[in-house]
Design a protein around this ligand. Sequence first.
Ligand SMILES: NC(=O)c1ccc[n+]([C@@H]2O[C@H](COP(=O)([O-])OP(=O)(O)OC[C@H]3O[C@@H](n4cnc5c(N)ncnc54)[C@H](O)[C@@H]3O)[C@@H](O)[C@H]2O)c1
Length: 262
Amino acid sequence: MSAHRIAVVTGAAAGIGAAVARTLARDGYSLALLDRDDVELKRVAAELAETIDGAEIESHVVDVTDRQAVDAAVASTMDTFGRIDALAHVAGILDTGSVLDSDPVQWRKIFDVNVFGLLNVLQSVGLEMRRQRTGSIVVVSSNAAGVPRIGMGAYGSSKAAATMLVRTAGLELAGDGIRVNVVAPGSTDTAMQRSLWSDPSDDSGADAVIEGNLASYRLGIPLGKLATADDIADSVHFLLSDRAAHITMQALYVDGGATLKA
Ligand SMILES: NC(=O)c1ccc[n+]([C@@H]2O[C@H](COP(=O)([O-])OP(=O)(O)OC[C@H]3O[C@@H](n4cnc5c(N)ncnc54)[C@H](O)[C@@H]3O)[C@@H](O)[C@H]2O)c1
Protein backbone atom coordinates (compact mmCIF):
# COMPACT_ATOMS: atom_id res chain seq x y z
CA MET A 1 0.00 0.00 0.00
CA SER A 2 1.28 3.45 -0.93
CA ALA A 3 2.10 6.07 1.70
CA HIS A 4 1.15 8.87 -0.71
CA ARG A 5 -2.33 10.25 -1.17
CA ILE A 6 -4.15 8.42 -3.96
CA ALA A 7 -6.35 10.23 -6.49
CA VAL A 8 -8.55 9.15 -9.38
CA VAL A 9 -8.74 11.75 -12.16
CA THR A 10 -11.22 11.39 -15.04
CA GLY A 11 -10.91 13.30 -18.32
CA ALA A 12 -7.16 13.24 -17.64
CA ALA A 13 -6.00 13.03 -21.27
CA ALA A 14 -6.51 16.71 -22.13
CA GLY A 15 -7.29 20.24 -21.01
CA ILE A 16 -8.40 20.74 -17.41
CA GLY A 17 -8.17 17.04 -16.47
CA ALA A 18 -4.54 16.82 -17.63
CA ALA A 19 -3.74 20.01 -15.67
CA VAL A 20 -5.36 18.52 -12.55
CA ALA A 21 -3.28 15.35 -12.99
CA ARG A 22 -0.06 17.41 -13.29
CA THR A 23 -0.90 19.57 -10.26
CA LEU A 24 -1.74 16.57 -8.06
CA ALA A 25 1.31 14.58 -9.23
CA ARG A 26 3.60 17.54 -8.41
CA ASP A 27 2.09 17.54 -4.90
CA GLY A 28 3.03 13.87 -4.47
CA TYR A 29 -0.31 12.21 -5.18
CA SER A 30 -0.25 8.77 -6.77
CA LEU A 31 -2.72 8.77 -9.64
CA ALA A 32 -5.16 6.59 -11.52
CA LEU A 33 -5.93 8.45 -14.74
CA LEU A 34 -9.11 7.66 -16.68
CA ASP A 35 -10.07 8.85 -20.16
CA ARG A 36 -11.60 7.42 -23.31
CA ASP A 37 -8.81 8.85 -25.51
CA ASP A 38 -6.19 6.09 -25.56
CA VAL A 39 -3.43 8.00 -27.36
CA GLU A 40 -3.60 11.26 -25.40
CA LEU A 41 -3.99 9.40 -22.09
CA LYS A 42 -0.76 7.47 -22.76
CA ARG A 43 0.96 10.72 -23.69
CA VAL A 44 -0.06 12.46 -20.44
CA ALA A 45 0.83 9.41 -18.29
CA ALA A 46 4.27 9.17 -19.96
CA GLU A 47 4.87 12.93 -19.55
CA LEU A 48 4.09 12.76 -15.81
CA ALA A 49 6.25 9.68 -15.28
CA GLU A 50 9.16 11.40 -17.07
CA THR A 51 8.92 14.87 -15.58
CA ILE A 52 7.84 14.28 -11.97
CA ASP A 53 10.26 12.48 -9.66
CA GLY A 54 8.79 9.34 -8.09
CA ALA A 55 5.38 9.78 -9.76
CA GLU A 56 3.22 6.66 -9.45
CA ILE A 57 0.77 6.70 -12.33
CA GLU A 58 -1.59 4.10 -13.71
CA SER A 59 -3.91 4.80 -16.58
CA HIS A 60 -7.16 3.24 -17.75
CA VAL A 61 -8.84 3.73 -21.10
CA VAL A 62 -12.42 4.08 -19.95
CA ASP A 63 -15.56 5.68 -21.29
CA VAL A 64 -17.28 6.99 -18.16
CA THR A 65 -20.69 6.06 -19.59
CA ASP A 66 -19.68 2.38 -19.25
CA ARG A 67 -20.29 1.44 -15.60
CA GLN A 68 -18.53 -1.93 -15.88
CA ALA A 69 -15.40 -0.30 -17.29
CA VAL A 70 -15.47 2.36 -14.55
CA ASP A 71 -15.86 -0.34 -11.86
CA ALA A 72 -12.95 -2.32 -13.35
CA ALA A 73 -10.68 0.76 -13.31
CA VAL A 74 -11.64 1.55 -9.71
CA ALA A 75 -11.07 -2.10 -8.66
CA SER A 76 -7.65 -2.03 -10.32
CA THR A 77 -6.81 1.25 -8.53
CA MET A 78 -7.77 -0.35 -5.19
CA ASP A 79 -5.61 -3.41 -6.04
CA THR A 80 -2.61 -1.23 -6.86
CA PHE A 81 -2.84 1.46 -4.18
CA GLY A 82 -5.10 -0.03 -1.48
CA ARG A 83 -7.36 3.02 -1.08
CA ILE A 84 -8.65 6.16 -2.85
CA ASP A 85 -8.28 9.47 -1.00
CA ALA A 86 -9.43 11.85 -3.70
CA LEU A 87 -11.56 11.92 -6.85
CA ALA A 88 -11.36 14.69 -9.44
CA HIS A 89 -14.10 14.06 -11.99
CA VAL A 90 -13.38 16.29 -14.98
CA ALA A 91 -14.59 14.30 -18.04
CA GLY A 92 -17.36 16.09 -19.89
CA ILE A 93 -18.57 17.05 -23.36
CA LEU A 94 -20.02 20.17 -24.97
CA ASP A 95 -22.34 20.58 -27.93
CA THR A 96 -24.52 23.51 -28.90
CA GLY A 97 -27.96 24.00 -30.39
CA SER A 98 -31.16 25.87 -29.60
CA VAL A 99 -33.70 24.28 -27.30
CA LEU A 100 -36.41 24.11 -29.99
CA ASP A 101 -34.27 23.06 -32.94
CA SER A 102 -31.77 20.63 -31.38
CA ASP A 103 -32.11 16.89 -31.79
CA PRO A 104 -33.16 15.01 -28.62
CA VAL A 105 -30.46 12.42 -29.53
CA GLN A 106 -27.86 15.14 -28.94
CA TRP A 107 -29.43 15.92 -25.53
CA ARG A 108 -29.23 12.23 -24.55
CA LYS A 109 -25.58 12.06 -25.60
CA ILE A 110 -24.69 15.10 -23.49
CA PHE A 111 -26.68 13.88 -20.47
CA ASP A 112 -25.20 10.39 -20.88
CA VAL A 113 -21.67 11.72 -20.35
CA ASN A 114 -22.18 14.82 -18.16
CA VAL A 115 -24.80 13.35 -15.80
CA PHE A 116 -24.88 9.53 -16.04
CA GLY A 117 -21.10 9.27 -16.59
CA LEU A 118 -20.64 11.39 -13.48
CA LEU A 119 -23.10 9.19 -11.58
CA ASN A 120 -21.15 6.06 -12.61
CA VAL A 121 -17.86 7.47 -11.35
CA LEU A 122 -19.38 9.00 -8.21
CA GLN A 123 -21.07 5.72 -7.26
CA SER A 124 -18.08 3.54 -8.06
CA VAL A 125 -15.51 5.64 -6.18
CA GLY A 126 -18.01 6.84 -3.55
CA LEU A 127 -18.79 3.27 -2.46
CA GLU A 128 -15.08 2.67 -1.80
CA MET A 129 -14.78 5.96 0.11
CA ARG A 130 -17.86 5.14 2.20
CA ARG A 131 -16.27 1.81 3.14
CA GLN A 132 -13.08 3.68 4.08
CA ARG A 133 -15.14 6.42 5.84
CA THR A 134 -12.84 9.07 4.40
CA GLY A 135 -12.31 10.86 1.09
CA SER A 136 -12.67 14.05 -0.86
CA ILE A 137 -14.42 14.53 -4.19
CA VAL A 138 -14.38 17.46 -6.62
CA VAL A 139 -16.49 17.47 -9.78
CA VAL A 140 -15.85 19.97 -12.55
CA SER A 141 -19.18 21.39 -13.67
CA SER A 142 -19.52 24.78 -15.43
CA ASN A 143 -20.61 28.35 -14.80
CA ALA A 144 -23.20 27.59 -17.54
CA ALA A 145 -25.02 25.60 -14.80
CA GLY A 146 -26.08 28.87 -13.21
CA VAL A 147 -26.78 31.20 -16.15
CA PRO A 148 -28.83 30.56 -19.32
CA ARG A 149 -26.73 30.91 -22.48
CA ILE A 150 -28.07 30.96 -26.02
CA GLY A 151 -27.37 27.59 -27.69
CA MET A 152 -26.33 25.93 -24.43
CA GLY A 153 -29.64 24.46 -23.26
CA ALA A 154 -28.47 20.85 -23.23
CA TYR A 155 -24.98 21.56 -21.90
CA GLY A 156 -26.12 24.06 -19.24
CA SER A 157 -28.93 21.88 -17.97
CA SER A 158 -26.66 18.81 -17.86
CA LYS A 159 -24.20 20.82 -15.75
CA ALA A 160 -27.02 22.14 -13.51
CA ALA A 161 -28.12 18.52 -12.96
CA ALA A 162 -24.51 17.51 -12.29
CA THR A 163 -24.09 20.32 -9.75
CA MET A 164 -27.21 19.35 -7.79
CA LEU A 165 -26.31 15.66 -7.95
CA VAL A 166 -22.92 16.44 -6.45
CA ARG A 167 -24.25 18.73 -3.71
CA THR A 168 -26.83 16.09 -2.73
CA ALA A 169 -24.09 13.45 -2.56
CA GLY A 170 -22.17 15.88 -0.33
CA LEU A 171 -25.08 16.00 2.08
CA GLU A 172 -25.55 12.22 2.06
CA LEU A 173 -21.84 11.49 2.58
CA ALA A 174 -21.02 14.17 5.17
CA GLY A 175 -21.72 11.73 8.03
CA ASP A 176 -19.12 9.36 6.55
CA GLY A 177 -16.44 12.07 6.67
CA ILE A 178 -16.45 12.54 2.88
CA ARG A 179 -16.41 16.06 1.41
CA VAL A 180 -17.97 16.63 -2.02
CA ASN A 181 -17.61 19.93 -3.92
CA VAL A 182 -18.00 21.44 -7.38
CA VAL A 183 -15.61 23.65 -9.32
CA ALA A 184 -17.53 25.66 -11.93
CA PRO A 185 -15.12 27.05 -14.53
CA GLY A 186 -15.93 29.82 -16.95
CA SER A 187 -14.30 30.02 -20.38
CA THR A 188 -10.99 28.16 -20.06
CA ASP A 189 -8.36 27.89 -22.78
CA THR A 190 -8.69 24.24 -23.86
CA ALA A 191 -9.72 22.35 -27.00
CA MET A 192 -13.34 22.41 -25.76
CA GLN A 193 -13.37 26.21 -25.50
CA ARG A 194 -11.61 26.65 -28.84
CA SER A 195 -14.19 24.38 -30.53
CA LEU A 196 -16.65 27.28 -30.03
CA TRP A 197 -14.45 29.73 -32.01
CA SER A 198 -14.61 30.14 -35.81
CA ASP A 199 -10.90 29.18 -36.02
CA PRO A 200 -9.72 27.09 -33.03
CA SER A 201 -6.05 27.72 -33.86
CA ASP A 202 -6.42 31.53 -33.86
CA ASP A 203 -5.78 32.94 -30.34
CA SER A 204 -7.76 36.08 -31.17
CA GLY A 205 -10.92 33.94 -30.84
CA ALA A 206 -10.57 34.67 -27.13
CA ASP A 207 -11.19 38.40 -27.69
CA ALA A 208 -14.91 38.04 -28.40
CA VAL A 209 -15.34 35.78 -25.36
CA ILE A 210 -13.56 38.27 -23.10
CA GLU A 211 -15.45 41.23 -24.54
CA GLY A 212 -18.87 39.57 -24.35
CA ASN A 213 -21.80 40.08 -26.71
CA LEU A 214 -24.82 42.02 -25.56
CA ALA A 215 -26.79 40.96 -28.66
CA SER A 216 -26.75 37.44 -27.21
CA TYR A 217 -27.10 38.73 -23.62
CA ARG A 218 -23.68 37.41 -22.76
CA LEU A 219 -21.44 39.38 -20.41
CA GLY A 220 -17.72 39.38 -21.00
CA ILE A 221 -15.09 38.45 -18.45
CA PRO A 222 -14.46 41.24 -15.90
CA LEU A 223 -10.89 40.05 -15.22
CA GLY A 224 -10.19 40.50 -18.95
CA LYS A 225 -8.78 37.04 -19.71
CA LEU A 226 -9.69 33.41 -20.16
CA ALA A 227 -8.87 30.97 -17.38
CA THR A 228 -5.93 28.65 -17.95
CA ALA A 229 -6.41 24.95 -17.26
CA ASP A 230 -3.94 25.44 -14.38
CA ASP A 231 -6.20 28.11 -12.80
CA ILE A 232 -8.98 25.53 -12.60
CA ALA A 233 -6.61 22.76 -11.45
CA ASP A 234 -5.42 24.93 -8.53
CA SER A 235 -9.00 25.27 -7.23
CA VAL A 236 -9.60 21.53 -7.62
CA HIS A 237 -6.34 20.85 -5.76
CA PHE A 238 -7.33 23.19 -2.90
CA LEU A 239 -10.81 21.69 -2.47
CA LEU A 240 -9.39 18.15 -2.47
CA SER A 241 -6.82 19.06 0.18
CA ASP A 242 -7.09 19.20 3.96
CA ARG A 243 -6.86 23.00 3.70
CA ALA A 244 -10.52 22.75 2.66
CA ALA A 245 -11.32 20.43 5.58
CA HIS A 246 -14.52 22.29 6.55
CA ILE A 247 -15.82 22.92 3.01
CA THR A 248 -18.45 20.63 1.50
CA MET A 249 -21.48 20.89 -0.85
CA GLN A 250 -20.08 24.12 -2.34
CA ALA A 251 -19.88 25.19 -5.98
CA LEU A 252 -16.81 27.38 -6.45
CA TYR A 253 -17.10 29.57 -9.56
CA VAL A 254 -13.73 30.15 -11.22
CA ASP A 255 -14.79 32.37 -14.11
CA GLY A 256 -13.06 35.74 -13.78
CA GLY A 257 -16.41 37.21 -12.72
CA ALA A 258 -18.17 36.30 -15.99
CA THR A 259 -21.46 35.34 -14.35
CA LEU A 260 -21.27 38.01 -11.63
CA LYS A 261 -21.67 34.81 -9.55
CA ALA A 262 -25.36 34.71 -10.55
N1 LIG B 1 -12.99 24.71 -21.36
C1 LIG B 1 -13.98 25.44 -20.87
O1 LIG B 1 -14.16 26.63 -21.25
C2 LIG B 1 -14.89 24.87 -19.81
C3 LIG B 1 -15.77 25.75 -19.16
C4 LIG B 1 -16.62 25.25 -18.18
C5 LIG B 1 -16.59 23.91 -17.86
N2 LIG B 1 -15.72 23.06 -18.51
C6 LIG B 1 -15.76 21.64 -18.12
O2 LIG B 1 -14.46 21.21 -17.77
C7 LIG B 1 -14.32 19.82 -18.06
C8 LIG B 1 -13.06 19.61 -18.89
O3 LIG B 1 -13.19 20.38 -20.07
P1 LIG B 1 -11.95 20.70 -21.04
O4 LIG B 1 -12.15 22.08 -21.50
O5 LIG B 1 -10.68 20.27 -20.42
O6 LIG B 1 -12.37 19.73 -22.25
P2 LIG B 1 -11.48 18.90 -23.29
O7 LIG B 1 -12.45 18.53 -24.35
O8 LIG B 1 -10.26 19.66 -23.63
O9 LIG B 1 -11.08 17.60 -22.44
C9 LIG B 1 -12.08 16.72 -21.97
C10 LIG B 1 -11.47 15.36 -21.72
O10 LIG B 1 -12.55 14.50 -21.25
C11 LIG B 1 -12.49 13.29 -21.97
N3 LIG B 1 -13.82 12.70 -22.08
C12 LIG B 1 -14.91 13.22 -22.69
N4 LIG B 1 -15.93 12.36 -22.64
C13 LIG B 1 -15.49 11.27 -21.98
C14 LIG B 1 -16.08 10.03 -21.63
N5 LIG B 1 -17.34 9.72 -21.97
N6 LIG B 1 -15.34 9.11 -20.93
C15 LIG B 1 -14.05 9.40 -20.62
N7 LIG B 1 -13.43 10.54 -20.95
C16 LIG B 1 -14.14 11.47 -21.62
C17 LIG B 1 -11.94 13.67 -23.34
O11 LIG B 1 -11.40 12.54 -24.03
C18 LIG B 1 -10.90 14.71 -22.97
O12 LIG B 1 -9.65 14.13 -22.69
C19 LIG B 1 -15.60 19.39 -18.78
O13 LIG B 1 -16.45 18.75 -17.86
C20 LIG B 1 -16.19 20.71 -19.23
O14 LIG B 1 -17.59 20.65 -19.37
C21 LIG B 1 -14.87 23.52 -19.47
